[in-house]
Design a protein around this ligand. Structure first.
Ligand SMILES: [Zn+2]
Length: 243
């Protein structure tokens, strides 16, 4: 059985306690909800940026199409105006010419009508697109605002948990310095392997691994000299007798 002065039994248990708290604090640092929130917002902002890029491209293409449609409408309108004034003056035109001209005007009017419809469709699409982009921008601004707040909250949470880790590390260093080297080595080996390095006896099971202690183990524990601790043969946990 490892030798540990009776006065250090409490110290060993405190060390185990500090290490447990340290593990919890480190885990908390790795899984800060504030960090997760910030990560989500960053991802969302990136998505919105990408979508905005796509829509801005579409907006550019649409602007070219709208311009084309406006040019078509203007050209057809001006041809109709010219033909109409020629028709109205009737100068040097035979009645056959007048009929042809009227037919041409009718044809142009039909084309103008569909060109105007196409223009209206495009303007409609442009309006919907502009609205979608405005909505997207508003959401991106909101996400950016939330992101700033989330970053500040993350900073605070991180600072708090790092302070706790620093304090616990200092504490465990101070406690470890008071434990005899062979006991500390045995303790550390178990801790490094992810086990419980030391714990107080509770009932008839090992507080480290839960193994049911044998009658012999329990008798040994009950009669353990004050300057010894009991080592679980399964998990290596250093068991400090109860009481
Ligand atoms: Zn055990």
């Amino acid at each position: 059985m490892p030798t540990l002065p009776a006065a250090q039994r409490r110290t060993l248990l405190d060390l185990a306690d500090a290490d447990r708290q340290l593990r919890t604090a480190r885990h908390r640092k790795e899984t800060l909800p504030e960090q997760q929130r910030l990560d989500e917002l960053v991802v969302r902002h990136r998505e919105l940026g990408r979508r905005h890029g796509e829509l801005a491209e579409e907006q550019k293409r649409l602007a070219v199409e709208v311009q084309g449609a406006e040019t078509d409408v203007a050209a057809l309108s001006s041809r109709i105006a010219g033909d109409t004034s020629r028709l109205n003056s009737g100068e040097g035109l035979t009645s056959r010419d007048l009929i042809t001209l009227q037919e041409e005007i009718d044809g142009l009017k039909a084309r103008l009508e569909s060109a105007e419809e196409a223009e209206l469709d495009l303007l409609d699409r442009k309006e919907r697109l502009d609205a979608e982009i405005a909505e997207l921008k508003a959401e991106a601004e909101e996400v950016a605002r939330d992101g700033k707040a989330a970053a500040a909250a993350r900073g605070q949470a991180l600072e708090a948990v790092e302070k706790e880790i620093a304090e616990l590390t200092e504490l465990r260093t101070r406690l470890a310095a008071q434990i005899p080297a062979p006991v500390l080595r045995a303790y550390q080996q178990v801790v490094d392997a992810g086990g419980v390095g030391a714990a107080q006896q509770e009932g008839s099971g090992c507080p480290g691994c839960g193994r049911l202690l044998s009658e012999v183990d329990l008798r040994t524990l009950a009669a353990l000299p004050e300057d010894q601790v009991f080592e679980c043969e399964d998990c290596g946990c250093l068991i400090v007798p109860a009481g």
